[in-house]
Design a protein around this ligand. Structure first.
Ligand SMILES: [Fe+2]
Ligand SMILES: [Fe+2]
Length: 257
């Protein structure tokens, strides 16, 4: 039977599939790293800027971890196919801060910070959930378990931080704007997640020679997930509540990887 464990195990055990998986993940992480670095440089709030910088440093670290997993297997990264490029596809729909904006030197205003945090609130929810799933199925794997557990803990921190910072801004009178951006971002994200998932699975199916029924089952699963998220699941991506772990992106010892 097809399970998350057997799916990830099959990807892990095949060089070409593993190379594609890690290349896509590394690019996503590096893109997130760059975006956070730029935003940290342009934010005027002296308390928020170092947290955004730390967020960026974490994503860069994740990018290095995925690159390292490839190197350890003696594999080179491959170019990421455009239809699997989650960050770029979201940016093209005008979700989050546009790259043109990030390349400018204009300081960020409240509206920009809300756009950044709402985008992060939604995408970090996805990252945290996917890494929790990976940690559940591969957390005790001798080769990748430690990396997966570390990234998963970081993504939980990022999500907690987004909740806390958005609640702080909501208290300052921005609640209506935050709700609107969160809803728009979540709607686009669940579509993009489905499309990228289908594109990745099509490629994995080809590489791993999955039989037609298995490909159909996976595609149906992604469509069903989308329908669930469009009808109901999107709510979990836009809710705000104070996290159990406060100040998750405050000063802490940096883990060098
Ligand atoms: Fe990450
Ligand atoms: Fe993250």
């Amino acid at each position: 039977m097809l399970t998350a464990r057997s799916l990830f195990q099959a990807i892990h055990d095949n060089d070409e599939a593993f190379r594609l998986f890690c290349s896509i993940a590394a690019q996503d992480e590096n893109q997130g790293g760059w975006e956070n670095e730029r935003i940290a440089a342009l934010v005027r709030d002296p308390e928020l800027a170092p947290k955004i910088a730390r967020h960026g440093a974490d994503e860069r670290k994740h990018g290095r971890i995925f690159a390292q997993l490839l190197r350890r297997r003696g594999l080179e990264p491959v170019p990421v196919p455009p239809d699997t490029d989650y960050c770029m596809l979201l940016e093209r729909q005008g979700i989050g801060l546009l790259h043109e904006r990030l390349r400018s030197d204009r300081p960020m205003d409240d509206r920009d910070v809300i756009t950044y945090l709402a985008h992060s609130r939604v995408t970090e929810q996805r990252a945290a959930e996917e890494m929790r799933l990976l940690a559940r199925v591969l957390g005790d794997h001798p080769e990748v378990g430690r990396a997966v557990r570390m990234i998963s803990a970081d993504e939980d921190n990022h999500l907690a931080y987004c909740h806390e910072e958005l609640l702080r801004l909501a208290d300052q009178g921005h609640e209506k704007a935050i709700r609107a951006v969160l809803r728009e971002t979540a709607r686009a994200e669940i579509r993009t997640h489905r499309d990228v998932g289908l594109a990745v699975m099509r490629r994995m199916g080809r590489i791993l020679g999955w039989p037609r029924p298995q490909r159909a089952a996976l595609a149906a699963g992604l469509h069903l997930l989308y329908l669930y998220e469009a009808a109901y699941g999107w709510r979990r991506m836009v809710s705000l509540r104070l996290p159990a772990k406060r100040n998750a992106m405050g000063p802490r010892p940096v883990t060098v990887v």
